[in-house]
Write a protein that binds this ligand. Structure first.
Ligand SMILES: [Zn+2]
Length: 429
């Protein structure tokens, strides 16, 4: 007999995934047009437009395949949870590696279970990421990764999770719940928030260099102009990097990171190559707009509130016996790691899908504000031409489905963005 919490989890996973599949289907249909949107008619050649549409259609088709894989994988993993949980324990006991014994639900058992889940999902994902890189991106001229680099990236990411992230997460959750019992939420939140804040320092300093090379932007007019612009805005720029994004892909980007008075800017070498200097400054001025309007801090606080909500929500679930037995666990077998997992699949994941839709909407508002800021600083025309250029170089979609864009786009559809930009430029003249 399938328990009601398990049924609820299977139903929600399937409903959410089918809904997402429907959104992708609509999004793909929206790309079957060969009518160039008004705003692009003067700038985009029919041949370039055809290539953009083909790239979008291929990407969306592939996302649909991945979505189907996800629904099968998550349904199977929901049903297999207790089998894997007890199976890992039995194999570990019989292996003889733990002569002192193995506590059910203790750190070692929970870590081995997490590791097993990680290995399985990594292996299942492998053919998909291989296809994405070497077939899809390759076909449209974006892939620059070699097979050797691909293997190295996969292995490095896996070991970082297996040796650092997984033990950290498992240790933290089992440890805090063990020590503080039902009073765990505030302590877990405190520890997780501290780790997240630390990660914003550790990630760019120690992890990212394992995958990419960050070199200080060479002396020259670009560097001095970026520094002058940052200074005029009182942006606390401490370092300016160029990253070798071209090593893997021809796509381009720019971003800043860091807390308070220690901010770093990273420019992709692809961006530096594709855009003119004033256009790069316009893109950075847009980034400064995010900083001026406190967008990154607001998003950080929202993320923290979500984490707090997760900790308090999990408190109810973690000690609720029926949640475990409904999934097929033996009565009395309650463990922190499994409790968090069950809480996630039954309650938190559907909630965070809805919350994600809301946050995309907020994020698009922020993008408009950042664009308006760049216009107010006198970079309107350059930002406009930069957006056209980046669209052309990245073959970004210009005919998205409105519903898909409304729920998933973190940036406004280009047509809307250019339209708003045009209005801001007129206003400032
Ligand atoms: Zn932005």
């Amino acid at each position: 007999m399938v328990g009601s919490f398990l049924t609820a989890a299977i139903v929600t996973t399937n409903v959410v995934n089918s809904w997402e599949l429907y959104l992708l289907y609509r999004h793909r249909l929206a790309h079957q047009t060969n009518v160039i949107p008004e705003a692009f008619r003067a700038d985009v050649e029919p041949e370039a437009f055809r290539k953009t549409q083909e790239y979008s259609m291929d990407k969306i088709w592939f996302s649909m395949v991945c979505q189907v894989k996800n629904v099968v994988e998550s349904t199977a993993s929901l049903l297999a949870l207790p089998t894997v949980w007890y199976g890992v324990e039995t194999v570990a006991r019989q292996s003889g590696f733990f002569p002192a014994g193995l506590t059910r639900g203790g750190f070692t058992h929970a870590y081995l279970f997490t590791l097993f889940a990680d290995v399985t999902s990594t292996l299942l994902e492998l053919p998909f990421s291989y296809y994405r890189t070497f077939v899809l991106e390759e076909r449209h001229g974006f892939n620059k990764t070699t097979k050797k680099e691909f293997v190295k990236d996969t292995v490095k990411s896996f070991f970082l999770r297996a040796a650092v992230l997984d033990p950290l997460v498992v240790g933290l959750t089992t440890g805090v719940v063990k020590v503080f019992g039902e009073k765990f939420p505030l302590y877990l939140f405190g520890a997780a928030a501290t780790l997240t804040a630390a990660a914003t320092y550790v990630f760019p300093a120690l992890i990212q260099p394992l995958f990419n090379k960050f070199t200080p932007l060479p002396e020259g007019t670009l560097k001095s102009n970026v520094e002058a612009l940052a200074k005029s805005l009182k942006f606390p720029l401490t370092k300016l990097f160029e990253v070798d994004g071209s090593r893997r892909s021809a796509h381009s980007n720019a971003y800043f990171y860091g807390f308070f008075n220690n901010k770093r800017i990273v420019l992709y070498d692809t961006l530096v190559k594709q855009l003119e200097e004033k256009q790069i400054l316009a893109v950075l001025c847009h980034e400064f707009g995010h900083w001026k309007h406190n967008h990154t801090s607001i998003m950080f606080v929202v993320g923290m509130l979500q984490l707090l909500g997760f900790c308090y929500g999990a408190q109810v679930a973690l000690f609720h016996q029926q949640l475990y037995t409904d999934f097929g666990f033996v009565a009395g077998d309650q463990s922190a790691v499994m409790g968090f997992q069950l809480f996630s699949v039954v309650f938190f994941e559907p909630f965070s899908t809805l919350f994600g839709y809301l946050m995309s909407c907020v994020s698009r508002k922020f993008e408009f504000q950042a664009d308006a800021f760049a216009v107010s600083m006198g970079f309107g025309q350059e930002l406009r031409t930069a957006l056209y250029k980046m669209q052309d170089e990245n073959k970004s979609s210009i005919t998205p489905d409105w519903l898909f864009a409304a729920l998933h786009y973190s940036h406004p559809p280009l047509v809307e963005r250019l339209d708003a930009l045009e209005k801001e430029i007129k206003k400032s003249e």
